[in-house]
Design a protein around this ligand. Structure first.
Ligand code: ADP
Ligand code: GN1
Ligand code: MG
Length: 361
């Protein structure tokens, strides 16, 4: 298969020993171009992950890489005493010039990670045990980064989870309607407009700023093949100052419904209470000792809000003509928006019971 990029030439720019055997596109992320490259190192096949950072979305890749380097170095120190430490944190490979990224002639930014073997990601949750383990790992991630030394991390995407600004972006896209698609999304637009009132609630709550991941979807944590443990949190591009609840909210969004994000059969999209219970217990098993009572109070709400927010973003991108998220079929962003709004509704219906559960933990 002919690849979009000359991965062999890119790989040569990193200090990877051995002979390049081949590469293929990898994973199902919506933003970066990810490749798995295989090397022969003295007869042993060793894999690496090469990624082109989407610099239309991340406007300052050098600052982003500085964040990732600081975060991984910190986590590495913290994981030193644990079993299998090198699989618990992403490891950046140095480029030829000793920095952690390479800029090609076309202006693309590339980085290379050691491949985390004997672990995998899932696009949809399969069991309550997985939900528990993923949430525990993301909670642990926040906990380990609580004492990251100053300075403050760079904001790799300013106002990333500022829901009122996401709402304003939708309104703008609606007025412009550049792709003439508003007529195809009438019920979704109505749902969005009806929920304007919830957008500002987390910002108004004056919660503490922390170092957070901000993109804790279920396929951004690798689960160990043997134990199921959330062994390594990945996709660190959006690690920056944020609210703990942005992370918990995105876990609720991606880990309580058994359906994929782009499922067309909405009857499959539902907030499953046992999954939420496992998720909340998993997260609180690592995060309970640093969360404030106010943060705890908003855990369930954050699930509804972040699910709604990502739905807003998919709808906005649908109206804008699919310029942000990778799409693989017509109406893909609208399908994604529909699952999110459906799930936000399902969370809304069960909110009281979910809150009672959190209070009891
Ligand atoms: P995106 O920002 O596009 O979502 P990710 O960093 O999440 O990109 O990578 C896409 C997928 O590649 C992940 O879901 C995971 O399956 C796989 N992946 C990423 N990094 C590694 C790694 N170091 N080891 C093994 N698999 C990885
Ligand atoms: C993108 O990179 P990926 O695919 O893990 C997006 C998230 C969205 C998510 C929706 C930088 O995440 O914010 O929640 O898609 N990342 C960025 O699936 O915008
Ligand atoms: Mg990802």
């Amino acid at each position: 298969m002919k690849l979009k990029h000359d991965v062999r030439a890119v790989a040569r720019q990193f200090q990877i020993p051995g002979e390049f055997l081949g590469a293929e596109p990898y994973g199902s992320g919506h933003i970066n171009d990810t490749y798995c490259a295989v090397f022969d190192q003295a007869g042993v096949r060793v894999r690496y992950v090469l990624q082109r950072i989407n610099h239309n979305i991340f406007e300052n890749p050098a600052a982003l890489m500085e964040n990732i380097q600081r975060v991984t170095t910190h986590l590495e120190k913290k994981c030193a005493g644990q079993p299998d430490p090198s699989r618990r944190v992403l490891t950046l490979m140095p480029a030829r010039d000793g920095t952690v990224f390479y800029r090609d002639a076309e202006g693309n930014y590339w980085r290379t990670y050691i491949f985390i073997e004997k672990a995998r990601t899932f696009d949809a949750v399969e069991s309550a045990e997985q939900a528990f383990k993923a949430a525990k790992a993301f909670g642990q991630f926040q906990k380990l980064l609580a004492d990251l030394p100053a300075p403050r991390l760079h904001d790799t995407i300013p106002d990333f989870h500022h829901t009122p600004k996401r709402f304003a972006a939708l309104e703008k896209a609606l007025v412009a309607d550049v792709a003439n698609r508003a007529k195809l999304a009438k019920p979704e637009i109505e749902f969005a407009l009806n929920h304007r009132a919830i957008c500002g609630a987390l910002i108004a709550a004056n919660l503490p700023e922390r170092v957070t991941h901000n993109d804790t979807k279920f396929n951004n944590v690798m689960l160990d093949e043997a134990t199921g443990e959330g062994i390594c949190v990945i996709d660190l591009d959006t690690v920056m100052p944020g609210l703990a609840l942005y992370d918990f909210g995105d876990m609720v969004r991606t880990t309580t419904s058994p359906a994929k994000e782009d499922e067309r059969d909405l009857s499959k999209v539902t907030m499953q209470f046992p999954m939420f219970e496992a998720l909340a217990r998993g997260y609180l098993s690592s995060a309970a000792d640093f969360l404030t009572p106010a943060e705890k109070k908003f855990l369930v709400f954050s699930g509804k809000l972040i699910t709604f927010e990502i739905g807003l973003r998919f709808l906005t991108d649908f109206l804008a003509g699919d310029v942000y998220f990778k799409v693989h079929r017509d109406g893909h962003n609208l399908d994604r928006c529909r699952t999110q709004f459906h799930l936000a509704g399902s969370i809304g219906q069960q909110e009281e019971k979910m809150n009672q559960l959190v209070e009891s933990i």
